[in-house]
Design a protein around this ligand. Structure first.
Ligand code: FES
Length: 147
């Protein structure tokens, strides 16, 4: 049911933890399943993400997608990170079962929420970044994310 990569990131999640004095922190949840994900970003003066850590109180797919998402955003600029979709995270994990697609949405939204927090703290506007939702189940009804 799960790819080897998903199992690997579930069993050995990368970048678990917190970043003290993080540049941006984003927390999102899914009211339907009750899972929560928090993402911490450390962003340098050139807007490059130096470090990224996460905490996920959720299912195995949520752990694996947040782990992979942290790996993908590290070293990227904030604009590159903004373009990392849940689809890209799933592709990097060699796919997820359809019933678990929403879990990857949590990872994408957590990155956006952390970027939003960073922008607010630094009084900047990140072009293309929309105000994140706290509860991603509101977004799930959107027809687009078929995988
Ligand atoms: Fe809730 Fe996976 S079942 S995030």
């Amino acid at each position: 049911m799960y790819s080897e990569k998903v199992m690997d990131h579930f069993n050995n999640p990368r970048n678990v933890g917190e970043i003290e004095n993080a540049s941006g922190v984003g927390t999102v949840g899914n009211a339907k399943c009750g899972d929560i994900m928090r993402m911490y970003l450390d962003i340098d003066e050139n807007q490059i993400i130096r470090d990224c850590k996460f905490k996920t109180f959720g299912c195995g797919a949520a752990v694996a997608t947040s782990s992979m998402a942290t790996e993908l955003v590290k070293g990227k600029t904030i604009y590159e990170a903004l373009k990392i979709t849940n689809k890209a995270v799933m592709e990097a994990l060699d796919g997820l079962p359809p019933v678990k697609v929403h879990c990857s949405l949590l990872a994408e939204e957590a990155i956006h929420a952390a970027l939003w927090d960073y922008a607010e703290k630094h009084n900047i506007k990140i072009e293309g970044l929309e105000k994140p939702v706290n509860d991603i189940s509101e977004k799930e009804e959107a027809p687009e994310e078929e995988y």
